[in-house]
Design a protein around this ligand. Structure first.
Ligand SMILES: O=P(O)(O)O[C@H]1O[C@H](CO)[C@@H](O)[C@H]1O
Ligand SMILES: O=c1cc[nH]c(=O)[nH]1
Length: 234
């Protein structure tokens, strides 16, 4: 047990999928895993361990924002020995060619600041995905009939943005989408020598205001989850 995860030693798999939403963790475990067992419910941040095609997998909610993700990823890595951590999240599209329901594989994640900022000080560290996972996810995503994009994203500290000029600059520099966790996940994976990737489904469009309703945000992300699972065990 840790401060925030109640699982006993051995109850967390080496491969962990991390949705922000704990109900997405429950839905994904019930939908994709065999013999899924609830291994964490501290603070309602649900985590399940089961198998997918014979491989052991944990799906653990990580909450919203980098401080929350950082708590779960630190404990999963340092206390439970997680080796492969794949975020399965929602994101807002920042480019017209990226559509609602498309899947974005985050090759790199910009930030204005993260929980790791105190370590890096003046350095602008470049948080990047594990190349093997990224390549495997790209291959797994092709031919599925889903719009698939690979590129940079922005991990923001805010959902309600008061800096339209910042979004404009991100858009101008080809950043595909905005979410709130991947940069810190990539940074922690780099620090501890683990593999990480963020596979994101576009839930809304920053430029057009189109948005998926909440029930679909929870449940209609099957492509993203299958891509993540396939990549983890490629
Ligand atoms: O759908 P999840 O995984 O929570 O991800 C996105 O949704 C939340 C904001 O609504 C933030 O956590 C953001 O990163
Ligand atoms: O952080 C996020 C997540 C989904 N959609 C957004 O616009 N921002």
């Amino acid at each position: 047990m840790t401060f925030h995860i109640g699982a006993k030693p051995g109850e967390i798999a080496e491969t962990v999928l991390l949705p922000g939403d704990p109900y997405r963790a429950r839905w994904a475990a019930e939908t994709f895993l065999t013999d899924a067992v609830l291994v964490n419910e501290v603070r309602g941040m649900l985590g399940y361990t089961g198998t997918w095609k014979g491989h052991r997998v944990t799906i653990q909610g990580s909450g919203m924002g980098m401080p929350s993700l950082s708590i779960y990823a630190n404990e999963l890595i340092r206390d439970y020995g997680a080796q492969t951590l794949i975020r399965i999240g929602s994101a807002g599209a920042l480019q017209h060619h990226v559509k609602v329901r498309d899947v974005v594989l985050a090759m790199a994640a910009c930030t204005a600041g993260s929980p790791s900022r105190t370590i890096f000080r003046e350095l602008n560290f470049a948080p990047t995905a594990d190349f093997g996972l990224l390549k495997a996810a790209y291959e797994a995503g092709q031919g599925r009939g889903v719009g698939l994009h690979v590129g940079a994203i922005h991990s923001s500290d805010t959902f309600y943005d008061e800096r339209p000029d910042l979004s404009e600059q991100l858009q101008r520099h080809g950043v595909l989408a905005i979410e709130m966790e991947a940069a810190e996940l990539y940074t922690l994976a780099a620090r501890y020598g683990r593999r990480a990737l963020a596979v994101l489904t576009i839930s809304d469009h920053i430029l057009t205001d189109e948005a998926l309703p909440a029930d679909q945000r929870e449940r209609s992300f099957a492509d993203m989850i299958e891509i993540a699972l396939t990549a983890a065990f490629a």
